[in-house]
Design a protein around this ligand. Structure first.
Ligand code: FMN
Length: 357
């Protein structure tokens, strides 16, 4: 028996992973360099007593880390998710799967996500795109039943609604309808614990307030500075000779609100997850000092997961060790102590905080 042809969505998902692994798709500027922690030459804390454990959305984590939503929905996604899940369970950190639309449209793909249920992950995030919450041309709007299926598929604790209109506008098959999306989020947030998440362009103060009023329980800022989906789409378009999309991808490569600025702007009294360009535990420490409850990492986890679950564990443990070192050097025994330390913010990130607050 020959395997059925992969659908366009499956092909796209495989292409995204391959492009992200093979090309430079990072934003041009590292905004984490604009944030400095103040060294404490007399920390008055023993390194061994530093405690990085925390609670996020009611779930206990060994460290304030989220393996960000990435994949599922194509053949290779299953192994990546299994490796990420095994490591998340072993280390005790949160994990999200990629958009589950593929499996809602084609239930035989559910297994590429559901594999994460086999591991005891302390906080599991389901994932649906906010654009799917409204009808797009002939495509129906997703509602509570679809969200329930996504949650059940991975036994999720929390549902992520991702906001990705930058990606939708630069990708050839993008959904362009945005009217009614906030209302769709409000409906889901009335039934499920929802975390709103950007995918690379950040969350402003105004958007954070609108999301809070809609009832979301947390915000993942998904800011500018890490993986750029405009860059990813640029490479896809280049390959397909889609000149206009290639141009759009290049033009909007660095569009968005820098992650560290967004962490402060989106802090409206809900837990904030700092995702976008987080590459080490020093970045995580900066995020916590700026007010984040946890930090999310995607690309570095994908690279490790392509190798093995052990490689993901190694990467997570290294990040935690760096976070502990930064805590030691700022005299912080707990994450709460760290959140009270001064973070010096320089330009251009400081300009964002001045102009956009
Ligand atoms: C291969 C890949 C696929 C992704 N797919 C999704 C997705 O389906 N849903 C989502 O919310 N974010 C998705 N993202 C965005 C990440 O969760 C994250 O916000 C973004 O990559 C920035 O983090 P980074 O700089 O650490 O890569 C994806 C990222 C990668 C690398």
């Amino acid at each position: 028996m020959t395997a059925p042809e992969p659908s366009k969505t499956e092909q796209r998902k495989a292409e995204h992973v391959n492009i992200i692994l093979e090309q430079d798709v990072s934003a041009a500027y590292d905004y984490w360099n604009d944030v400095r922690l103040v060294h404490d030459a007399l920390p008055e804390v023993d390194f061994d007593e530093i405690d990085v454990s925390t609670k996020l959305l009611g779930r206990k984590l060994a460290a304030p880390l989220v393996i960000s939503s990435m994949t599922g929905g194509f053949g290779g996604g299953r192994e990546i998710n299994a490796n990420l899940a095994k490591a998340a369970a072993e280390v005790g950190v949160a994990m999200g799967v990629g958009s589950q639309r593929a499996a809602i449209e084609k239930p035989e793909l559910a297994d590429t996500y559901a594999v994460v249920r086999e591991y005891d992950i302390p906080l599991r995030f389901a994932n649906l795109g906010a654009p799917q919450l409204v009808a797009q041309g002939t495509k129906r709007a997703y509602g509570a039943e679809d969200a329930q299926r996504a949650m059940d598929m991975i036994d999720a604790h929390v549902l992520i609604c991702h906001l990705n209109f930058l990606q939708e506008i630069v990708q050839p098959e993008g959904d362009h309808g945005a009217r009614g999306v906030l209302e769709g989020i409000r409906r889901l947030a009335g039934r499920f614990p929802v975390m709103a998440k950007e995918t690379g362009a950040g969350i402003s103060r105004d958007v954070a307030l609108r999301l809070k009023r809609a009832g979301v329980k947390a915000i993942d800022v998904g800011g500018l500075g890490g993986t750029s989906f405009s860059a990813v789409e640029y490479y896809r378009a280049k390959k397909d000779l889609a000149t206009l999309k290639e141009r759009l991808g290049a033009t909007f490569w660095n569009w968005g609100i820098p992650t560290p600025a967004s962490v402060q702007l989106a802090n409206v009294g809900l837990p904030v997850v700092a995702t976008g360009g987080v590459r080490d535990g020093h970045h995580v420490a900066k995020a916590i000092a700026l007010g984040a409850s946890a930090a999310g990492m995607a690309k570095p986890m994908l690279e490790a997961a392509k190798e093995s679950a052990e490689a993901v564990v190694r990467e997570l443990r290294a990040v935690i060790e760096e976070l502990r070192a930064a805590m030691f050097l700022t005299g912080s025994r707990t994450l709460k102590d760290l959140s009270e330390r001064t973070a010096i913010v320089t330009r251009p990130t400081a300009d964002w905080l001045e102009a956009a607050a």
